[in-house]
Ligand binder design. Structure first.
Ligand code: CA
Length: 228
């Protein structure tokens, strides 16, 4: 169960979302403006923010940017705009996931749970440490260690490593990574994964040509496995 800050100005949509989340045991604080949301995030940070993009006081992209300026909390954008270019832009600007309206209560709850789990903020007890060879990934603490040494990873590098470490030995497709780790719709090949992968490999002390843990499966995706 989580504390959710719901930012939505349409009172019909807001009460439906509020009911759906409270029915599933979440604590929900609702507000209708971006500026009030910013104030609340500072005063009493929730576990997660659900942000409507069409607010009366600030454009959704500006609201997202300002929130990202003050907090690293997971943000799900809820939008009526089924515009993939805009969605991709907002995800790159720091949103963790998006939902296109209208959506159902169970769908919203599932997305909230999945984002909390992926960002290591799950509040339900579940095993969150993965050990692959000498690589240890503690999702709850957001700590990764290799050979006993802590790895300094960015948010997305950690998310990518944690996703792969939860599936050792399995081939994970690039599409799955983009959709599940970046929560971006697949609109064809792009460089997002490669850039993060390049840095992750460097931090693991390996290269694509000479892999130890991270293996490229040509034309398919990636596989994380213990060496040897
Ligand atoms: Ca709205």
């Amino acid at each position: 169960m989580a504390t959710v800050l719901l930012v939505e100005d349409d009172h019909v949509v807001r009460s439906a979302m509020l009911r759906a989340l409270t029915d599933r045991g979440h604590t929900v604080h609702a507000t209708a403006t971006a500026l009030d949301a910013l104030r609340r995030v500072v005063a009493d940070p929730p576990d997660l923010i659900v942000l409507d993009l069409g607010l009366p006081d600030l454009d959704g992209a500006d609201a997202l940017r300002m929130l990202r300026g003050i907090t690293d909390l997971p943000i799900i954008i809820a939008t009526a705009r089924d515009d993939e270019t805009e969605i991709v832009r907002l995800l790159r600007a720091g949103a963790d996931a998006y939902m296109v309206k209208p959506f159902t209560g169970p769908h919203l709850d599932a997305r909230v749970t999945s984002v909390l789990r992926r960002t290591g903020r799950a509040t339900r007890a579940e095993p969150t440490t993965h050990q692959v060879g000498q690589l240890r990934v503690d999702v709850g603490q957001r700590l990764a260690q290799l050979d006993g040494n802590a790895l300094e990873l960015t948010r997305k590098e950690f998310d990518l490593l944690a996703y792969l470490a939860a599936r050792p030995g399995q081939v994970v497709t690039r599409r799955e990574l983009l959709e599940e780790v970046w929560q971006q719709p697949w609109i064809g090949e792009d460089q997002t994964i490669d850039v993060h992968l390049y840095w992750l490999r460097r931090k693991l002390g390996e290269t694509a040509a000479d892999p130890r843990y991270l293996h490229t499966v040509r034309g398919v995706g990636l596989r994380l496995a213990a060496p040897g």
